[in-house]
Design a protein around this ligand. Sequence first.
Ligand code: PSV
Ligand code: MN
Length: 431
Amino acid sequence: MDKVIDHGQVAEHNAKLQQNLDADYAALGSILARRGQDIEQLTAKAQTFAVALPSWGVGTGGTRFARFPGKGEPRDVMEKLEDCAVIHQLTQATPTVSLHFPWDKSSDPAAMREFASKHGLGFDTVNSNTFQDQANQEQTYKFGSLTANAKAVREQAVAHNIECIELGRALGSKGLTVWVGDGANFPGQHNLRGALERYLDSMRDIYKALPADWLMYIEHKLFEPAFYATTIADWGTSYACANELGPKAKCLVDLGHHAPNTNIEMIVARLAQFGKLGGFHFNDSKYGDDDLDSGSINPFQLFLIFNELADVAQRDGDAFKPSYMLDQSHNVTDPIESLMSSAIEVQRSFVQSALVDRKALSAYQENNDVLLAAQTLKQAFRTDVSPILAMARARSGAAIDPVACYRATGYREKQATLRPPKAGASGSGIV
Ligand code: PSV
Ligand code: MN
């Protein structure tokens, strides 16, 4: 397997940290043993964890006001894949990349496939983009895409989604995520019910083009860019549409797409209960779609979401496999560092959720012992599983401390020389 970073550098980094890690791991192992938990089993579980990287996340993002490009950021999809390979090499937690079209449309998909397979990467769900106009596009999405009044606009948006399926198929993807910014900015701008009817008609046409082994993920978002009434604003609408469309349509929960204080873990439980939980876009936020690193603002919420997923896994077994993706935008951090940190934070919640004593929790719930039920969750959440995560990485050939190792390699500085800014380059896609 080819490596972007010299394997010797990772080994040298790990050698310096291994002794301390062994001591921390042994200490945590005895704490967990007292609770009847086997650290080896938890480490093996951590090694199975995987979350997809958003191709658009390796570029420096921006806000509605400005974008401050970073040094050595990727200028095309091959360079994005190179950065994704670094993230996976140092974490061994991100084996797939989620592409966004047309941002990642390449004239040489064979080269993409070759690079990916040489570096142990696969392609996750593909994402369509009808929230922006592209150069030389015939119809504008100014007044909507899949919901537009004009049939020609809707047809163009449907055709783009079908093209995304074709592009993804050639790369080995198995799903299409559809997020539209469609909606109204003013009361009266459009007929609320009519817009959803048109959305469903368009989605039916896309659904028909799905290969047999593909899923379609409907991503909802409370607001922005349509501030008055977003057509697919909430999980209820997403669920109703997924139901209308059929078994291959599922709901995707992006953590940043809800009003502050929304109980997202309850949404997860509801969608799972009715067989429509398809997957996640992990990120964190203070206010709305802030696209911050996972676990940076509200790690307890992330843990509670994984606690619900552990409950579903206990009920439904291994058959339940929601797709995990990161979706974040980096304005002030190095995107590679942020994506590594996020992958590890999501993995942390995954492992912590396995620490919950589910039998005890059920008994406390049964007996209305509210305090001990809450403390059962808190005990798992408060347990620092960092040695488990680091040991899982060390055993999988990744870095014990990915950010420190990455900085020591000087990768970013090297890219700053190798990748001088070029006009028209597709930095991150997020403006
Ligand atoms: C929209 O805010 C979103 O979460 C969707 O997933 C998009 O595809 C992505 O961000 C990139 O803009
Ligand atoms: Mn998203």
